[in-house]
Design a protein around this ligand. Structure first.
Ligand code: GUN
Length: 290
């Protein structure tokens, strides 16, 4: 049986470490880090994620500020709120929860966030700093994946890492981080990739971030591979009270027979994204207060 890459457990360890640091700050008479969260509209999944982020802030002793706007808010008004948060000294970092309504440009909004406060690590400046000696704030989900592998002592140097999904928020920055810090040889697959299995079968480390349940079946995975599933799709499940369950991109039941390490969904990368958000907020606080 493979070793489970238990993101829930690692995230809980990280939260404990952050909590100790917050106690230290408070004992020095300093205020706690303060994270602001902007959410637009009433998408159920987004509200669930945001509630998880708020619970995480509470658990480590961070302050938080929740700003909820109707889906009809104009881009101009939303940008005004972003500008206010950029210049508010009581806010150390903030995020704009995605997705946004179609009439609002995600790129314009995220690019207007001051990089020092961009604790999701979405801005071009933070993205670019992955390849700089002077790293700023790392994209949260890729950072969470790297940290999860580090804490299980998964060797990445010289390994062949195949990433499926080249999104701007996960696959692309993860490819850069795996190359830079991970010193891995990276193959980045995307929707135009031909014969996906011919690539995934060669992976020592296979990371999948697409959002298509069951995309990766057992025949597509090499014996002994490390498998990281970033996918989280809500699929209908009437046997549950909520009416849905979360599904990853990997067929866990069969792939886990072959893998040496594997993340569960839920309880793998998801909690690590939240832990990274907290680490980034603490970094933003420390950098802006030093
Ligand atoms: N929507 C889904 N995941 C994320 C995330 O990590 N950050 C933000 N801001 N929105 C999201």
């Amino acid at each position: 049986m493979p070793t489970l890459l238990d993101g829930k457990k690692v995230a809980s360890d990280i939260k404990q470490e952050i909590s100790t640091r917050v106690d230290e700050l408070k004992s020095q008479g300093r205020r706690a880090p303060n994270l602001a969260i902007i959410i637009v509209g009433d998408d159920g999944a987004s509200h669930t994620y945001v509630n998880g982020k708020i619970a995480a802030c509470k658990s480590v002793g961070f302050d938080f500020t929740l700003m909820h706007f109707a889906s009809t808010i104009s881009e101009e008004k939303l940008m005004k709120h972003v500008e206010n948060l950029n210049s508010d000294d009581d806010i150390d970092g903030f995020i704009v929860q995605l997705p946004l309504p179609e009439h609002i440009s995600v790129e314009r909004v995220t690019e207007s966030i001051k990089p020092e406060k961009d604790v999701d690590g979405f801005t071009n400046q933070n993205f670019g700093s992955i390849v700089s000696k002077n790293q700023l704030i790392m994209p949260a989900t890729p950072f969470g994946v790297m940290e999860l592998l580090r804490r299980y002592d998964v060797e990445t140097e010289g390994k062949h890492c195949v990433i499926v999904g080249a999104s701007r928020l996960v696959g692309a920055p993860l490819g850069m981080m795996m190359t830079e810090e991970g010193r891995a040889t990276v193959t980045l697959c995307h929707k135009y990739t031909q014969d996906l299995a011919s690539h995934t079968k060669n992976a020592d480390i296979l990371i999948v971030a697409v959002g298509k349940p069951g995309l990766i079946s057992e025949e597509m995975v090499k014996e002994g591979a490390v498998v990281v599933d970033v996918g989280t799709t809500r699929v209908v499940d009437n046997s549950r009270k909520s009416g849905f369950r979360l599904s990853g991109d990997v067929d866990f039941a069969t792939v886990s027979e072959k893998a040496s390490f594997i993340t569960p969904v839920p309880g793998g990368v998801g909690p690590m994204t939240i832990a990274s958000l907290l680490l980034n907020t603490l970094k933003a606080y420390e950098d802006q207060h030093s």
